[in-house]
Design a protein around this ligand. Structure first.
Ligand code: ADP
Length: 394
């Protein structure tokens, strides 16, 4: 069966078409600048990349273009061949604890919670409505980045702030990257043939989060009410003292929303190094002796190491540490810097084993007290797996 895994934004729509259960990627692509004058799309198929500059006034037009292009390319012969569409949604709010079948009731509930993710959810919901319009007969699902974290207990998800903030305004830790952490946990649990593993999953890409998992259930995660919290990221600060906002507002006159934007977009690797948010650029600058780039790398690695140590304690000893996403999968420098900062846990990196990119591999020494694995993530595939399972039932 062919499943479409979809990630829609306010002006973009990303898709991967996957043959299931074979888990083979058939095609992928991106529709960009939807609703703007210079809209276009690119599709990768059979090792080739097609680009088409075409008017995309709204998401529904983009979905129709996509379906027609799949037929024109002989990838499908009719719309009916698509047996499921899985939509990624960043924020499910407190109500959604697992992947659900999309319907009008779900849309209404998502719209109720739009204030929790005003930047991300509206675009995704528009994408869902467009697919419902073009493919009304096909089973569609919503896969929430927050859902995997719904097993956290109050002791982990409540902030020690006035209780009404939680009761009246839903202020609590939600956690994100759940689809990736779930995929990592599934992959490593299948590898060890165990369902009782205690896993510390480190998703370190442009955004980043660390999650403590016990027997398939999240115990705690580093992101919070929003994806700003936790470890240092490409452009996000991670955890900072909230009083900085009022202080900087008084010092500079910048509004809370401008300052929050600075914490989201001008901080992290970019803010400290002054070079770039991309860890490759920061690595080059650090190798050339740029002191702020070196400092940015050191803070970045230390924050992740601190979370690993904290979660090792929370799990009462982890069985395995996994590194994933752009930096975790590809940067041997950053992997070494992180592991060198958790030597106190008896964890040691094997530099020879660490000398590679982008595949599943153990990178710790044989004597390391906790093994460390690089596990490439695949959120699109996780979405397709969920969607296939729900499509079979419906
Ligand atoms: P996103 O959070 O946007 O999905 P990714 O997981 O794709 O991000 O990670 C993107 C980041 O991965 C880039 O910003 C870059 O810092 C890092 N990265 C990718 N390849 C390498 C590499 N070869 N060496 C170091 N860092 C890399």
């Amino acid at each position: 069966m062919k499943i479409l895994s979809v990630n829609a934004g306010s002006s973009s729509l990303k898709f991967t078409l996957i043959e299931m259960p074979a888990q083979e990627e058939i095609a992928s692509g991106l529709f960009e600048k939807i609703g703007l004058d210079d809209s276009f799309y690119t599709i990768k198929y059979n090792g080739e990349k097609i680009r088409n500059d075409v008017a995309l006034p709204d998401h529904a037009t983009a979905v129709k273009e996509l379906m027609n292009e799949l037929i024109a390319l002989n990838i499908i012969s009719s719309f009916e061949e698509i047996e499921g569409v899985g939509h990624r949604l960043v924020h499910g709010g407190p109500d959604f604890k697992e992947t659900v079948v999309l319907n009008d009731e779900v849309i209404a509930k998502l719209e109720e919670n739009i204030d929790l993710a005003p930047l991300h959810n509206p675009g995704s919901i528009t994408g869902m409505k467009a697919f419902m319009e073009v493919l009304p007969e096909v089973v569609q699902t919503v896969v929430f980045d927050t859902a995997f974290h719904s097993t956290m207990k109050e002791t982990e998800y409540l902030y020690p702030v006035p209780y009404e903030w939680y009761e009246k305004y839903k202020v609590r830790k939600y956690g994100f990257h759940g689809t990736s952490h779930r995929f990592i946990n599934k992959t490593i649990s299948e590898y060890f043939e165990r369902n009782d593993l205690k896993v510390i999953s480190c998703h370190i890409g442009n955004g980043g989060s660390v999650t403590a998992i016990n027997s398939g259930k999240v115990v705690d995660t580093s992101m919070g009410f929003t994806p700003l919290a936790g470890i240092m990221m490409g452009t996000r600060s991670g955890d900072v003292d909230a009083s900085i906002l009022e202080y900087m507002n008084k010092q500079t006159g910048a509004s809370i929303s401008e300052l929050t934007n600075d914490l989201n977009k001008k901080s992290g690797l970019l803010g400290v190094s002054g070079v770039s948010s991309d860890s490759r650029d920061v690595e080059v600058a650090a190798d050339e002796g740029n002191e702020r780039a070196i400092l940015a790398q050191e803070i970045y690695a230390q924050k992740i190491a601190n979370y690993i140590a904290m979660y090792n304690n929370l799990l009462n000893g982890a069985d395995v540490i996994c590194l994933t996403a752009g930096v975790g999968e590809n940067s041997k420098t950053m992997r070494k810097m992180i592991i060198d900062r958790i030597n106190s846990l008896g964890v040691k990196i094997d530099e020879e084993k660490n000398d590679f990119r982008g595949e599943f591999r153990c990178i710790s020494t044989d004597g390391s007290r906790i093994p460390v694995y690089v596990v490439p993530t695949n959120e699109e595939l996780m979405i397709a797996i969920d969607t296939m399972e729900l499509a079979k039932k419906n």
